[in-house]
Design a protein around this ligand. Structure first.
Ligand code: GLA
Ligand code: CA
Length: 704
């Protein structure tokens, strides 16, 4: 079951002809029949637990066990770097390239002991690099290319290792911070003497350029979606010196903003190369010129990450080489990363798993449900080149209904009427009742992998309350009655419901064509909406265009992978649980007048999230989240579809892998696993590096 136009990227796809629907329906249903019976009730967390090795995840560490900033007596680096670069005067000695106090990755973060230099980590991405200006919204190709090159003020990926009572974001570019007495100001100290991969100093200038000219500039949307409200409504930021910045907030002690300063919301780009292209400083440039000033072919773009993209062959490979200025070391003073090279084969999302199975890739998040059975079978075979770990946290999919009735995204008359429908509780309930989640689950994968998802926070969080979760199990007849009740009737007898004064209701569902999962679910939603007399038109937009449609409010319904940390951790990104500010929420923002038009249940959710953020009392927090869950699911705040556990597959030659890795929790596994300290033991090294003994070239060499 695929939608052909999907791959083309941009088209409006009308897939609801009778023939097409019948065929697709048959495909969905035949898949369903071969699946074991499943309750359409509350998703069963035990089904997920059953897939994990018992006791796999025991978070026992404190943040300071993982990372600290200290000066060590001596530093070292791969022998070839000293010999071929430092000794020849091409590079300063490693001690001069490191900060005064580098970030030290502690022994507790090294489950197989200190690592060894050399070799390449081989990965696959289904994305493609648009260019390197992520500050202006360009994608580097996802799959962890982003995470390997960007560094952020704080870091949260590895927090799955931290015990609950010690939980707080790890320091990163911000090495320490302190609150004012009244909690309204937060002063952060930046790592001192760290450098971009081209040797240029990293300072508060980079931070302020990102903030002022990207986050606050209404014409720029950074990748990851940071905006003026992301760090709390009305927050201000200023530089007090080259290594000191100060935040001023509207509410006291907003500790949650420290989570927001991690990937991908506060990861500054190199101001020294970006600023000269920004329209505010370059009168010849438009905003589009700025965004596109660093096309993918312009490699060696300066980064703070462990590796630098130094070669790009379209539809073939990205080769990243070690950043000689990386500002992190192990406890013995060895500069990280251990891997000299990081490779990204540019294939399809489905290929990630296949390549690890085949032994030609080292690491992947298994998140294509259709691959699970194959991956498990292959993992069980003696001599399999990889191991598999089902982590405790998974993926979920929802349909977001645009709840703005106020002109956000400049809807035309048709779209505005859909918004008004979206705002009716009966309408949202009808949509939820129409979704046959069992059939959707079975269409994605045979076996017990995919479960119904009722919406709201995910069952794996400690805040999940099953009793508070309202499930609208499949009941098309009831859905039809609800639509009748709000006056949506088929007045011309063609089987599709009409607006009271005219034509058929047409709802556009925006979805990504980039994975089979998205395509299957989008088609399923179309079919089940059709069953209750609603015509849905699929609009597939790939790459960052789907995100752009979301950010600009140009959608009726949006199919989304609920890979948002707020649903999985609650403590990280809690702000995203409700429309807290005029421009922060995924599916409800202010119109041209700057005003939100919140529904009553949304107003209550906002108050709950505020109260949650204002208290540290665990019992109160749990009660608040139970209430949130009740409001969110009773009102069908979003239409949950399905959820499934994620698995990490890792080649057996890789050392330093933690047990019980989630593929997504506080962040994707590529961050959580801390790739800068993965390694291959010397006996198993060899044969995979493509550019041995090279360092990234200079950026934009022609200009020099
Ligand atoms: C994509 C993939 C995820 C993860 C992220 C990292 O979203 O689907 O598994 O690799 O990229 O950015
Ligand atoms: Ca009709």
């Amino acid at each position: 079951m695929t939608v052909k136009n999907g791959a083309a990227g941009n088209g409006m796809v009308e897939a609801s002809t009778a023939m097409r629907t019948a065929a697709a329906m048959a495909a969905l249903l035949s898949a369903a029949c071969s699946a074991p019976p499943q309750s359409a009730g509350v998703a069963d967390p035990e089904a997920t637990a059953a897939l994990m090795p018992a006791g796999a995840l025991k978070p026992t560490l404190a943040p300071e066990d993982l990372v600290s900033f200290r000066r060590l007596p001596a530093y070292s680096e791969p022998v070839w770097v000293t010999r071929d670069f430092v000794a020849k005067g091409l590079l300063p000695p490693v001690s001069k390239r490191l900060p005064r106090e580098p970030l030290v990755v502690g022994p507790a973060a090294m489950p197989d002991g200190t690592g060894h230099y050399g070799d390449a980590l081989r990965q696959v991405t289904g994305g493609r690099p648009e260019g390197w200006n992520y500050s202006a919204g360009q994608s580097q190709g996802w799959g962890g290319v982003d995470i390997g090159t960007m560094e952020c003020l704080t870091r949260t990926g590895p927090l799955f290792l931290v015990r609950p009572d010690a939980l707080r974001p790890l320091p990163n570019l911000a090495k320490s911070w302190s609150w004012s007495k009244d909690g309204l100001q937060l002063t952060m100290n930046l790592v001192e003497g760290a450098r971009w991969s081209d040797g240029h100093p990293f300072t508060s200038d980079d931070v302020m350029f990102y903030w002022t000219d990207n986050v606050l500039d209404p014409q720029v949307s950074p990748l990851g979606g940071a905006g003026p409200d992301t760090f709390g409504q009305g927050s201000k930021l200023e530089a007090l010196g080259p290594y000191t910045i100060r935040w001023t907030f509207q509410r006291p002690f907003p500790e949650d903003v420290l989570y927001q300063m991690a990937y991908g919301k506060f990861c500054p780009g190199p101001a020294h190369v970006l600023r000269p292209q920004h329209p505010r400083y370059n009168k010849r440039n438009s905003y589009a010129d700025y965004r596109n000033a660093f096309p993918a072919a312009r490699v060696n773009f300066p980064v703070m990450g462990a590796w630098v993209v130094s070669e790009y062959r379209p539809d073939d490979i990205l080769i990243l080489r070690r950043n000689p200025y990386y500002w992190k070391v192990d406890a013995e003073g060895q500069q990280l990363p251990y891997f000299d090279e990081l490779q990204y084969r540019l294939l399809g999302w489905n290929d990630r798993d296949i390549q690890v199975i085949a032994g030609t890739s080292d690491l992947a998040n298994v998140e294509v449900p259709g691959n699970y059975v194959e991956v498990l079978e292959q993992a069980a075979r003696p001599g399999a080149p990889f191991r598999i770990a089902f982590g405790p946290r998974g993926a979920a999919y929802s349909v977001l209904l645009n709840l703005s009735g106020n002109g956000w995204g400049e809807p035309d008359a048709r779209a505005q009427r859909i918004r008004q429908l979206n705002r009716l509780p009966e309408f949202r309930q009808a949509i939820s009742l129409a979704m046959d989640r069992r059939t959707l689950a079975a269409a994605l994968a045979k076996g017990p992998f995919v479960l119904p998802y009722a919406g709201g926070i995910l069952p794996e969080t400690p805040f999940f309350d099953a009793a508070a979760t309202r499930v609208f199990a499949h009941d098309a007849a009831q859905a039809r009655r609800l639509l009748d009740r709000i006056g949506l009737k088929d007045t011309d007898g063609d089987g599709l419901r009409n607006f009271a004064d005219g034509g058929n209701i047409e709802i556009v569902l925006t979805a990504s064509p980039d994975t089979a999962t998205d395509r299957t679910l989008a088609e399923g939603v179309l079919i089940f909406a059709r069953e209750i007399g609603l015509r849905v038109i699929l609009r597939f937009v790939g790459g960052t265009q789907r995100d752009a449609a979301n950010a600009s409010g140009q959608f009726d319904w949006l199919l989304t992978r609920a890979n948002s940390t707020e649903l999985i951790t609650v403590v990280q990104g809690a702000d995203a649980l409700a429309p807290m500010g005029p421009y922060s929420h995924a599916f409800h923002r202010a119109g041209p007048d700057g005003q939100l038009d919140l529904l009553p249940y949304e107003t209550e959710m906002v108050e709950i999230v505020r109260a949650f953020q204002a208290t540290r009392d665990p019992a109160l927090r749990r009660r608040l989240m139970a209430r949130y869950q009740a409001l969110s699911t009773e009102n069908v705040n979003a239409v949950g579809l399905v959820r499934f556990p994620g698995a990490l597959v890792v080649n057996r030659r890789i050392g330093g892998v933690f047990g019980g890795m989630p593929i997504f929790m506080f962040n994707w596994a590529e961050d959580a696993i801390m790739r800068e300290r993965l390694f291959v033991p010397p006996a198993k090294q060899g044969g995979v590096e493509l550019r041995p003994r090279t360092l990234p070239g200079c950026f934009d060499c022609k200009a020099r």
